[in-house]
Design a protein around this ligand. Structure first.
Ligand code: NIG
Ligand code: FE
Length: 347
């Protein structure tokens, strides 16, 4: 391939999304603009559980159709691998429906799609957290493992969702089934979940606005990736930033992702999240680029396969009409690769 002097970069990796969903949360967004917080909206019956109704009402095919334009937006910006979580079904059939729809997506678009099971996203209406977690552990996890619908499980640990003990039980059960662990931790509060998830071998801890020294040390010791989600920080009008200096000092690998979802990050643009990681969180352009390639691959357990231009890796790469990589963190909007190659083929 004659690149004509253009910049050659690995295909980008968006390692944390909830991109498969139906409906929207526009009404909540208006409340948010008027000053209501995400936790207040969730406690008033909005949030994750309001998307659940829409997802339950949609067929597998409808979920695929509604998700493809969002993936196409990511693809056009040079994303060649996207991770997508379940977590809006919150019962056995609907969680499996989501994961089957996620599995069907690559038949329609030239991208790798990595599924993650996050049954432990919220307890659905009319169920206690305890009863629902039993269902996740006893029915959903074995079904996901048996049908091989995902090889990684995630959990939302937060005062509006699940607690430390739930994390430990999920991790134990996942390990028995040979499933890898990731966790949403430290988004709204520090519940001690980041260090615990790292000790339990989590591939990544994601969000991390609220974390401390012991968390960073545990992440470094266990090779856990810190996935930063600045678009969510922006949409929730958060002010408490992830402790970047602490993460750097301990040498924790940093990744950057969109968190694309209808509630906290309706952002179908990894380049936007990358820009925000630079300007809002203070990552250097080199950290941002590693965060959307090499370290994002690591958060997915796919290092050595994607996220780098090196022998043995998939030939996922893009050509950019830019003078240098740091220009990806400069112009906001309108940047696109001139050529996209997926598995060695131009798309
Ligand atoms: O990463 N934190 C939990 N999950 C998503 C929000 C999903 C939703 O509100 O629909 C997040 O912010
Ligand atoms: Fe998330």
């Amino acid at each position: 391939v004659d690149a004509g002097g253009r910049l050659l970069l690995p295909g980008l990796v968006d390692c944390h999304t909830h991109a498969l969903y139906a409906g929207d949360r526009m009404a909540e967004h208006v409340l948010k603009m008027q000053g209501m917080s995400y936790a207040e909206i969730a406690k008033a019956g909005g949030g994750i559980v309001s998307t659940v109704q829409a997802v339950r009402a949609a067929s597998e095919q409808q979920l695929v159709e509604q998700t493809l334009p969002r993936l196409e937006a990511l693809r056009a910006e040079g994303v060649t691998t996207v991770e997508i979580k379940s977590g809006y079904g919150l019962d056995l059939d609907n969680e499996l429906k989501m994961l089957r729809a996620i599995r069907a997506l690559p038949r329609h678009i030239a991208m790798d799609v990595v599924p993650t099971f996050i049954g432990a996203h919220a307890a659905p209406k009319g169920t206690t957290r305890e009863d629902y977690l039993e269902l996740v552990l006893e029915r959903m996890l074995p079904a996901v493992a048996e049908e091989r619908l995902a090889d990684t499980v995630d959990i939302y640990v937060e005062h509006i969702a699940f607690d430390l003990h739930d994390l430990e039980r999920l991790a134990e059960r996942a390990a028995k089934l040979g499933l890898k662990l990731r966790a949403h931790t430290g988004q709204l509060s520090d519940m001690g979940a980041t260090r615990r998830a790292a000790e339990l071998g989590a591939l990544s801890c994601d969000h991390l606005e609220f974390m401390g020294e012991a968390d960073a040390a545990a992440m470094a010791a266990h090779g856990t990736v810190a996935v930063l989600l600045p678009a969510t920080f922006y949409f929730l009008k958060e002010t408490h930033k992830p402790p970047l200096e602490l993460l750097r000092r301990h040498g924790v690998p940093l990744a950057v992702a969109t968190d694309l979802n209808p509630g906290t990050a309706p952002v179908a643009s990894l380049l936007t999240a990358m820009h925000m990681a630079g300007l809002l969180f203070g990552l250097t352009p080199a950290e941002v680029l590693a965060g959307a390639t090499r370290n994002a691959a690591r958060a997915l357990g796919r290092q050595g396969k994607i996220g780098a231009l090196a022998p043995g890796h998939d030939a996922d790469f893009c050509l950019w009409d830019l003078p240098a990589p740091e220009f990806l963190c400069y112009q906001l909007g309108g940047l696109k690769p001139s050529h996209i190659f997926f598995k060695g083929k131009r798309t």
